[in-house]
Design a binder for this molecule. Structure first.
Ligand code: 5GP
Ligand code: ZN
Length: 301
């Protein structure tokens, strides 16, 4: 999957575009904070004191970097386990924090706060602290210097790689992975199916929308300026092998919403579901094409 470039501080429009599984490259300013500095920030908020920096729209990176060697701005700078911050994060999100970067899953309370206040949680990718350190161009300790490695640092980053784990829609990369695994065990494996692998994040794709039931992504070989595919998350082979049709209504709702986002709602668009051999269905996992952005051909078949 291609990564999308975003900047930090992060705005509401950007957060709305980020769904679980989206890869990003972050540029701008982020702040480091681990358990000890989290505790101090929350204490300050509770006492009504001013924070050492304006939290609004900001990103916190859960890292305690090692000291730089000569010629470097920072030493190793790999992420810490985020669970240690769970007790404090909801309070900080309520106070304006918009993005967090770490590793591992978050508590239900953190995920709720992410949905409620429209924030995002990323896992740092590329794991190796040394590689991440290369994306950090400037470092300045701005608060709690006595905490040493846990002091809050202001980092200027360029193309810091991360993946969206928790989004404002309740999407969760780790839950998606688990659900897919359970389904595969139950159904004896759909892992040969291209679209099931896209759902599981095993085949990269540009995911534009997802919820509990439906995923939408760009067609790899677009036939029109706008060409998206809307599919059910569970493996339904085709229209003809569908237990109930309610899922199709859900897919239409998602397609309409995306038609708006892609700017073709007013100009017009076409939804197509091919079924079976003579219907021209190539991928045996139910999918709806959303086509638009130019005057489409008149013929139906
Ligand atoms: P069908 O012909 O089955 O109605 O449509 C299948 C669609 O899936 C085609 O338009 C094809 O370009 C698209 N497609 C096939 N493989 C992939 C893939 O790996 N990723 C994406 N994004 N689209 C795919
Ligand atoms: Zn499938």
């Amino acid at each position: 999957m291609r990564s999308i470039n975003i900047s930090s501080p992060i705005d509401a429009a950007t957060i709305e575009k980020l769904t679980a599984g989206t890869k990003v490259l972050i540029s701008g300013v982020i702040y480091t904070a681990r358990d000890a500095s989290h505790q101090r920030l929350v204490k300050a908020l509770e006492k009504g004191e001013e924070l050492p920096f304006d939290l609004n729209g900001q990103t916190l990176y859960y890292v305690g970097p090692t000291p730089p060697r000569p010629g470097q701005v920072i030493g190793a700078a790999g992420p810490t386990t985020s669970g240690r911050m769970d007790a404090y994060s909801p309070r900080l999100i309520a106070a304006g924090l918009r993005a967090m970067i770490g590793k591992g899953g978050r508590s239900p309370a953190v995920k709720e706060a992410i949905k409620k206040y429209k924030a995002v949680y990323f896992a740092a990718v590329g794991g190796a602290g040394a590689l991440l350190a290369d994306t950090i161009k400037r470092v300045e300790v701005i608060a709690y210097p006595e905490l040493g490695t846990e002091a809050i640092r202001r980092l200027e980053v360029e193309d810091f790689p991360a993946i969206v784990v928790n989004d404002i829609y309740g999407g969760d990369v780790y839950e998606l992975g688990k659900a897919q695994y359970q389904r595969n065990k139950k159904e004896g494996g759909e892992m040969d199916c291209i679209f099931c692998q896209i759902v599981a994040g095993k085949i990269p794709s540009q995911i534009l929308y997802q919820d509990e039931e439906v995923v939408a992504f760009r067609d790899i070989e677009p036939q029109a300026p706008v060409h998206l595919l809307v599919i059910p998350k569970s493996h339904i082979p085709s229209l003809a092998q569908m237990a109930e049709s309610t899922i199709v209504a859900r897919m239409v709702d998602v397609a309409n919403r995306l038609a708006r986002e892609e700017g073709v709602f007013e100009s017009g668009y076409r939804l197509v579901i091919n079924c079976g051999l003579e219907g021209g269905q190539a991928v045996p996992h139910l999918h709806m094409h959303l086509l638009g952005g130019r005057r489409l051909a008149d013929q139906m078949g």
